[in-house]
Design a binder for this molecule. Sequence first.
Ligand code: NAD
Length: 267
Amino acid sequence: MKFTVASRGDTLSDELCDTIKTRLLAADLAHDSETPDIVITVGGDGTFLEAFHSYAHRLEETAFVGIHTGHLGFYADWVPEETEHLITHIIKTPFQIVEYPLLEVVIRYRGGQREPRRHLALNESTIKSTEGSLVCTVEIKGEAFETFRGDGLCMSTPSGSTAYNKALGGAILHPSLASIQLSEMASINNRIYRTLGSPLVLPQHHTCLLKLLNDVSVQVTIDHFNVPVFAENVDTIQVRVAEEKVRFARFRPFPFWKRVKEAFISE
Ligand code: NAD
């Protein structure tokens, strides 16, 4: 089996990565950062998200597992003290795989001036105006639903529902629900402008299309990374549940609701 390790870059994470690499090489596993079967991240959820994007082109062949060297992570859910245990499990492959849904985002430009760009998000994608209000129509399954006016919109995956989506008042969704959630950022609601005003959950195969109506410059993010867009020329953003899934290497149960409780309520 081929593995690679990804560190946040601090001393503790670097040292743990070195230990993991040494132990796995000694057990005759091959280190391969180009085409790994398993990626072990050490750091936090940010490190995990970066690693996910580095291997997003080969999700069917790559499994991920994360150790957190800071506070409990949602993706990085192993503690450094469990490293030996994790190494032993990895050496004893095969391991169980758990799959979570992803968000597909397609950005199209006005007049077809530029090629559409497709992205995958593990947490969410956001669109925000960088000057004044964003005005866009929201179409669901090809039907006009509402016209949004406000700071922006967030489209999240179920596993990303505990991240930025939660800060926007979105619901927490179990990752077994192949769906996406649309939540608003400061929508303008009065007698003239009207949006639903509450988060919306769409099932698989229900495409949501945002069509920009005003001439504002926009910022588009995928998992909080800025996507280099031609900001003034974005025409539409299409989102839906992706065909691809992220694959987690599972070596012990850590139920989603337990993770939610430990992160937000109590240990
Ligand atoms: P970061 O790496 O500093 O992460 C910010 C926090 O979000 C960390 O505590 C991280 O553990 C947590 N986080 C990340 N993914 C999560 C998930 N799926 N469920 C619960 N918590 C999660 O920030 P970054 O690299 O700029 O962005 C990474 C992610 O952090 C973004 O995709 C975004 O969802 C989230 N974030 C949330 C807020 C917020 O809640 N207001 C603000 C910034 C970023």
